[in-house]
Design a protein around this ligand. Structure first.
Ligand SMILES: Cc1cc2nc3c(=O)[nH]c(=O)nc-3n(C[C@H](O)[C@H](O)[C@H](O)COP(=O)(O)O)c2cc1C
Length: 215
């Protein structure tokens, strides 16, 4: 793979268009498209939220089976349902489709090979969207929480749709920004696809050790 240079002649990110839109689509109607995508087929594979949580495991081996566009739409829509500070949605999603850029992201993510996965979503912080009258450091804190929570919602949605994912937190921020063409700082890279195998849950702390009851 050749080295990446920030001034490489890649296309800049463009507007996302879901597979299907309502016949009477009106961009001025709040949530019309979001509700449409959330309702759309396929029927969710697993509607039991707690079963979805229980089954989710990080996957680093994806099958070559492509992910249906309608599922990707729903995963993205799920992120858009997450709570955000003041509802200002202080985050952006970069949906990386270019195979060459996915390979460059492997390098940007500490050479983790599974980043070159069927679906790659980079969640970035956008504190400038958070129009609250608080100090800059608070707005930045809100933006990282917004971006993280949204990615978590997408991760659970992927699981509910019979897919699996790996959350990537180990990356070179600037390299990722150069690849996806933004000056927004990434908070996570979510790699999604059909898993090659299903796995048993990893051990966790006992709840009694995890929770500290404060009276
Ligand atoms: C903040 C964060 C950063 C992570 N970064 C990476 C990463 O860079 N590479 C990786 O392979 N897994 C990464 N993971 C996945 C964790 O290793 C995984 O969630 C953990 O081992 C628990 O396993 P499980 O997800 O299967 O329950 C990350 C997870 C989180 C929440």
């Amino acid at each position: 793979m050749r080295d990446f240079h920030p001034d490489d002649d890649f296309a800049t990110p463009e507007e996302y268009v879901p597979q299907t839109t309502p016949d009477d689509f009106d961009p001025g109607l709040p949530n019309q498209l979001l509700d449409f995508v959330l309702r759309s087929e396929p029927a969710v594979v697993d509607t039991d939220l707690f079963a979805v949580m229980k089954k989710r495991r990080s996957t680093r081996k994806f099958s070559d089976k492509p992910v249906e566009t309608v599922k990707i739409d729903k995963i993205i829509a799920a992120a858009d349902t997450a709570p955000t500070a003041g509802n200002y949605q202080g985050f952006e999603i970069f949906y990386v489709k270019n195979p060459e850029k996915k390979k460059l992201l492997v390098d940007a993510c500490n050479k983790q090979p599974y980043v070159d996965s069927p679906v790659v979503l980079v969640f970035c912080k956008n504190p400038s969207r958070v129009k609250l009258d608080f100090p800059e450091y608070i707005l930045k804190k809100f933006a990282i929480q917004d971006a993280t929570l949204a990615a978590g919602y997408s991760q659970l949605a992927a699981q509910a749709l019979g897919l699996s994912s790996i959350w990537i937190g180990m990356f070179d921020e600037q390299k990722v920004m150069d690849v996806i063409g933004t000056d927004l700082v990434p908070s996570s890279v979510l790699c999604i696809g059909y898993p090659k195998q299903t796995k048993f849950p990893k051990p966790r702390r006992n709840l009694k050790d995890l929770v500290h009851v404060v009276w």
